[in-house]
Design a protein around this ligand. Structure first.
Ligand SMILES: NC(=O)C1=CN([C@@H]2O[C@H](COP(=O)(O)OP(=O)(O)OC[C@H]3O[C@@H](n4cnc5c(N)ncnc54)[C@H](OP(=O)(O)O)[C@@H]3O)[C@@H](O)[C@H]2O)C=CC1
Ligand SMILES: Nc1nc(=O)c2c([nH]1)NC[C@@H]1CN(c3ccc(C(=O)N[C@@H](CCC(=O)O)C(=O)O)cc3)C=[N+]21
Length: 285
């Protein structure tokens, strides 16, 4: 029976490190600040926002929530974003995605100031993740996956990693981050043939699909580490992952639960990136 590896101790350690940094910044008269831009009131956005507000308040980081109307035009949105970009009291900007259809993400991604882009929307930050240049901001969720693997001492060098999912917010960036740690990475998606067979070759299996409990023990090699990024709601209205945790745990050595796994580390990583942005902008690093 595999061990459940929880996010809380990982999040607590990240928060502990940040606390001292916030104190130092505040002593110098700098108040770190995150600006959240939410269009409409999507439940996923709202639940992430709630988590982010809680963590930032614990850490004494200021947050400004900008709830914009669902029908905002492209021009109005771009004007608003430019204002936040140039507000020197704001160090980090988080724009919830996906944005509604009338807003063109392929234009907006070039508008956000890359130095404030704490969740990797800007192509400049995307490029840095792909180059393995750590001076930018990777998206918080893949960074949380890497924090979990590091905290629980999972060896990556030379190991086979399989990622299921190829989105820009989870699958692709986490694949590049695993590659930087010298794993041999395979990226799977909805057209992958013989998925259970490919997945079961993995020493480390990272799942970010958006299908409740799709991954079962058939996808898992004996002794593999399973990182479940999925956040879904099951038939009973309860949160669950993309993996059937109980079934996978019969074969896995380590597996992350949902809730209480990767998702609970994401907001602490967000705080860490706000502090990194703040230090960059105030020249205190
Ligand atoms: N923990 C956290 O903080 C966060 C969690 N999430 C969760 O992670 C999951 C993934 O999110 P996200 O990446 O945004 O989702 P997307 O819908 O953008 O991407 C899903 C990916 O999974 C692939 N996929 C879909 N169905 C299958 C299938 N049957 N077999 C194999 N691959 C499949 C898709 O393939 P294709 O490209 O071919 O369509 C796609 O690449 C969701 O459950 C989401 O809720 C997301 C963000 C943050
Ligand atoms: N630019 C951008 N980046 C995102 O990462 C992003 C986004 N937009 N839009 C919305 C989705 C959704 N999402 C969630 C993350 C955590 C919980 C969540 O429930 N977290 C719990 C913990 C869940 C668990 O324990 O696994 C918590 O924070 O306490 C929900 C939703 C991020 N998203």
């Amino acid at each position: 029976m595999g061990t459940l590896i929880k996010g809380k101790p990982v999040a607590d350690k990240i928060k502990e490190d940040i606390k001292a940094e916030v104190k130092e910044l505040r002593a110098k008269g700098t108040i770190p600040k995150l600006s959240i831009i939410r269009v409409g009131a999507d439940p996923g956005d709202i639940s992430y926002e709630r988590g982010a507000l809680k963590v930032m308040s614990e850490l004494d980081i200021d947050v400004q929530v900008n709830a914009l109307p669902e029908n905002i035009t492209q021009e109005e949105f771009v004007d608003f974003l430019k204002k936040v970009n140039s507000d020197s009291s704001v160090h980090g900007i988080l724009i919830f995605r996906p944005l509604p259809k009338q807003l063109d993400e392929n234009v907006i991604k070039y508008v956000i100031d890359a130095n404030k882009d704490v969740d990797c929307f800007s192509p400049l930050n995307v490029a840095k993740v792909f180059e393995g240049d750590e001076s930018g901001f990777p998206p918080c969720t893949p960074a949380a996956v890497m924090e979990m693997l590091k905290y629980y001492n999972v060896e990556l060098k030379g190991k086979r990693a399989v990622v299921i999912g190829r989105s820009m917010i989870v699958g692709k960036p986490v694949s590049m981050m695993l590659l930087k740690e010298h794993a041999t990475v395979t990226i799977c998606h909805s057209r992958t043939q013989n998925l259970p067979q490919v997945a079961s070759e993995a020493d480390v299996l990272v799942v970010g699909i958006g299908r409740a409990k799709m991954v079962n023990s058939e996808y898992v090699k004996d002794g593999a580490v399973v990182i479940d990024v999925g956040i879904n709601v099951d038939e009973d209205g309860k949160l669950c992952g993309d993996a059937d945790t109980e079934d996978c745990a019969r074969k896995a050595s380590l597996i992350t639960p949902v809730p209480g796994g990767v998702g609970s580390v994401t907001t602490s990583v967000l705080a860490k990136q706000v502090i990194k942005a703040c230090k960059l902008q105030t020249g205190s690093c």
